[in-house]
Design a protein around this ligand. Sequence first.
Ligand SMILES: [Fe+2]
Length: 318
Amino acid sequence: MVCAPRVYLDATAREDFGRRPLVGTHTLRESGLFSDAALIELLDRFPRQYLYALSMGSDVTRPEENRLALHDGVSGAELLRAVTNGRLWLNITRVDRADRRYRLLIDEIYAQLAAQLPGFRPIGTQGTLLISSPRALVYYHADGPASVLWHIRGRKRIWVYPALDTGYAAREAVEDICAGARHEYLPFDPTYDEGAISYELEAGQWTAWAQNAPHRVTNGDSVNVSLSTEYFTRGSRRRARVYAANRFLRVRLGLRNLSVVEHGPAAWLKVATHGLARRAGLAPVHMKRHEATLRVAPDAPGGVVALGDAGNAGKVHA
Ligand SMILES: [Fe+2]
């Protein structure tokens, strides 16, 4: 690593971490891992089965317009050109597993967080690198694990909504997300914004929020590069297990409105029952995957063409 990154958070952010949305600053860009040249080099050798290119519409209430695009045979430079000129997200999932430099970077930033946050001792961390087009958007969704978003290049606006509030996300939906049984997208009503906390995130800032809090993002007018990291603590794992167990008992036994209390004998019994059922093969989870309907085409409008039109991609702007 060229330069060890620094992570900064003030007294309010230290108080809010894990509970409420907050913003801090960082120096990740100085690592040299996020320049165009470094990104192209990464994209050229990154295992492509873990890289997802997604196009999107412009209506924040229509996540079904999010479409998966194939990118085999598209070089790193072409991928970056497609993002720069089009309307795409590149999700470079588990970049820490594919490249040791990102693993070390994530280890370092979490070591700095742990040093500044009394009692914060993550037992696992992982990261996904996000490269996205000017004005791209991420639809309203909630993630199962707790997240920290490190914004590195460009500018974006993020809206964060109350966590585990059934006025913003049905409990069953959060249970499904924790169980890995559905995509993270949630139905969105623009009136939810009245209850949101929103930040205009600049390069060099990071943000975090309470585990499972719904959120959405809209990019500014330039390419955005962010590192999305997830961390796991005993508490976050317990939360996910209780919600996944509730889903199992709802789907398999028809039990509804189960307690979401995360401690005590009832929670333990539910989680243990689910664990036994899983090990016995009685709790299969079927995740519906996106089907690719597009192909990345760096010079096409939007940076994509419909599958089947890929052979004509070069003619689009000829
Ligand atoms: Fe997210």
